[in-house]
Design a protein around this ligand. Structure first.
Ligand code: NAD
Length: 353
């Protein structure tokens, strides 16, 4: 592995106004000295744009407290000229590609958004990394690449050729494109398969956030697969810790027996490794929402939940085998579901009330 010291480097974070991206940028402000950090985001309205503006506003305030240069560009990864100009202007050392059209169900009704952002956008980023060489490209993949795999925990050695949503297919395509560019152009790339990331100022399209919105309106929540889905939840600070460690360790460039590059390519799972039943998860969520005062003390949870069958595109379980990340970067997620949902509930209370 080639060690990268991030101090004084020029770093691009795509999807910087997004949930994980904004946390990552904040963490880089705190930990990296003398760096130039460039964020790009198209601020699309897949979910409430005010949340993206809120995260961005916080970053603009926070950056003045640290010794970093921060530049934000409102633009689209699918705009090849813009991406090319950005790379020519900054000559990035490290690129973290988090911008993507996320969500499994939305890909059933809006497939175009996935092709634009996740395929064309990703291609533009990796092409720019070829034209303006970088020390390391780190990019977000997803646990959804495991599709309906029955063998658990999911290992990066398992076959992932059977995606069950277009979203998953685009993420798997990113890994394939990265492998090809690593091999052909000797670009060090690391893909991170994230497992259900949650936390304060998270994504309103995700179950925990959507459930909360419904419960405070007195609506009934639907829990798919009768609550038996298992998800390997990962708190956002844990994900960011993992990303920052991985950014500093690029797969090594070396030549094979044929004199050609052995692709400096890696893919890791990054997840808690402790899948929770959706029903247990919502029970903790409602307890923490009551504790934070988002829901009243006498809230009748039983009357507001309905157990329903599986939805198309959903998978029954996600379960990360994250031993490779622990072996190579000495890292495993630490924050418990209760701690994480407590932080989310308290944030929700202060943001909406
Ligand atoms: N949150 C999770 O549980 C999870 C799980 C697996 C993988 N991921 C992946 O992690 C990454 C970050 O996810 P997130 O939860 O922060 O999502 P997010 O939607 O909050 O962040 C993505 C950001 O990218 C921006 N974006 C989308 N398309 C763009 C484009 N074409 N050009 C510029 N900006 C664009 C969006 O405006 C958004 O702010 C994504 O790649 C996602 O697929 C997330």
């Amino acid at each position: 592995m080639e060690k990268i010291n991030l101090d004084n480097k020029c770093i691009l974070v795509t999807g910087a106004a997004g949930f994980i991206g904004s946390y990552l940028v904040h963490r880089l402000f705190k930990d990296v000295k003398g760096a130039t950090i460039v964020g790009i985001d198209n601020m699309n309205d897949y979910y409430d744009v005010r949340l993206k503006e809120y995260r961005l506003k916080k970053l603009n305030v926070q950056c003045s407290m640290f010794h970093v240069q921060w530049h934000f560009v409102r633009g689209d990864l699918a705009d090849k000229d813009l991406i090319e100009k950005l790379f020519a202007q900054y000559n990035f050392d490290v690129v973290v590609n988090l911008a993507a059209q996320a969500g499994v169900r939305y890909s059933i009704t809006n497939p175009d958004a996935y092709i634009q952002s996740n395929i064309i956008g990703f291609y533009n980023i990796i092409e720019a990394c070829r034209n303006h060489p970088v020390e390391h490209l780190v990019y977000a993949s997803s646990s959804s690449v495991y599709g309906g795999n029955k063998k658990v925990p999911f290992s990066t050695d398992d076959r992932v050729d059977n995606p069950v949503s277009l979203y998953a297919a685009t993420k798997k395509s990113n890994e394939l494109m990265a492998h090809c560019y690593s091999k052909l152009y000797d670009i060090p790339t690391t893909g991170l398969r994230f497992f259900t990331v949650y936390g304060p100022a998270g994504r309103p399209d995700m179950a925990y956030f959507g459930f909360t919105n419904k419960l405070i309106k007195g609506e009934t929540i639907q829990i798919f697969n009768y609550g038996n889905c298992r998800r390997d939840f990962t708190y956002v600070d844990d994900i960011v810790e993992g990303i920052v460690r991985v950014m500093q360790g690029a797969p090594e460039r070396k030549k094979g027996e044929d004199g050609l590059p052995v692709p400096p390519y890696a893919v890791y799972n990054i997840g808690g490794g402790q899948p929770e039943k959706l029903l247990d998860f919502v029970n903790i969520l409602q307890e923490e929402l009551v504790r934070a005062g988002v829901l009243p003390k006498d809230f009748d949870f039983e009357a507001h939940k309905q157990l329903v069958p599986m939805q198309p595109g959903d998978v029954p379980a996600t379960f990360a085998d994250a031993t490779a990340l622990e072996r190579d970067f000495g890292f495993t997620p630490k924050i418990s579901l209760r701690e994480g949902l407590r932080d989310f509930s308290e944030w929700y209370k202060s943001y909406y009330k």
